[in-house]
Design a protein around this ligand. Structure first.
Ligand code: GLP
Length: 243
């Protein structure tokens, strides 16, 4: 069930991932993609944007749901994931605004926002392909340890490790990173019909090995992907070093 691809170099890992996503967008009548953020995804989105600009990839039928968002940041805040998506993908392709979904971290009732997000995914027939990165705590989305494998979209408290890892977007100051976020749950992610996890670079080698070879545990939410029937993992040589 777990199909692991070790690319010869980082650029080809990104290329394989972009091709995988593009094939899904082209292959489904009503493609529904789960999207991720983080540095890893920037290069992948850049490749999709250039395919679109070359007239090779149409986004008009695509519906997307992002994994997560910081609590308290507005969609136009440059540090928000909604803004990240605008900068790296949505602003450069022909997606319809009504097809784009990112959890609203400014909702007055966060629990209700999460329930509405789950309902919106169901309304679209569920997630076709969910793109995933991996954080240094072993999280997928913002499912920090411990995150049970049946968790749903919900508010979570961010781990200090994650707040340090993501500080670059906040002027390099971990203290400026929000303490809470909204994230799809591990259970929400596992219900996608297909999963694609991408990790590159030596900083990910240890956690990739733990997630893929260690125990299945809520303490490393990425380990849950091994329970999925149709999951592909794309690594570069550095991220696969301990493999
Ligand atoms: C954030 C996101 C995760 C992502 C992780 C990895 O924490 N919430 O979904 O996987 O960053 O980020 P990077 O690609 O920058 O290493």
């Amino acid at each position: 069930p777990l199909n692991v691809i070790i690319a010869p170099d980082t650029a080809s890992a990104f290329q394989r991932a972009a091709t995988f996503l593009a094939d899904h967008i082209r292959g489904a009548a009503h493609p529904v993609l789960g999207l991720a953020t983080g540095r890893t995804m920037e290069s992948i989105y850049a490749l999709l944007v250039s395919d679109h600009q070359a007239g090779k990839l149409d986004f008009s039928q695509l519906t997307s749901f992002n994994l997560d968002e910081y609590v308290g940041l507005s969609p136009t805040d440059p540090r928000s994931y909604r803004h990240y998506m605008q900068e790296h993908l949505f602003g450069h392709v022909n997606m319809r605004p009504e097809h784009v979904h990112v959890p609203d971290g400014t909702a007055s009732d966060l629990v209700a926002e999460c329930a509405a997000y789950e309902a919106a995914i169901q309304n679209e027939g569920g997630l076709g392909l969910q793109l995933l990165g991996i954080g240094e705590t072993g999280h997928i989305g913002f499912n920090e340890p411990p995150s049970a494998f049946d968790t749903r979209t919900r508010p979570v408290t961010l781990d200090d490790v994650t707040r340090r890892q993501n500080a670059a977007m906040f002027g390099g100051q971990p203290d400026a990173v929000p303490h809470t976020a909204l994230t799809m749950g591990v259970g929400t992610i596992l219900e996608a019909r297909e999963l694609l996890l991408v990790a590159t670079g030596s900083s990910k080698a240890r956690i990739v090995a733990e997630a893929l070879l260690g125990p299945l545990t809520p303490d490393i939410s990425a380990s849950a992907i091994r329970l999925h029937a149709n999951c592909t993992v794309i690594l570069d040589h550095e991220a696969a070093a301990i493999w």
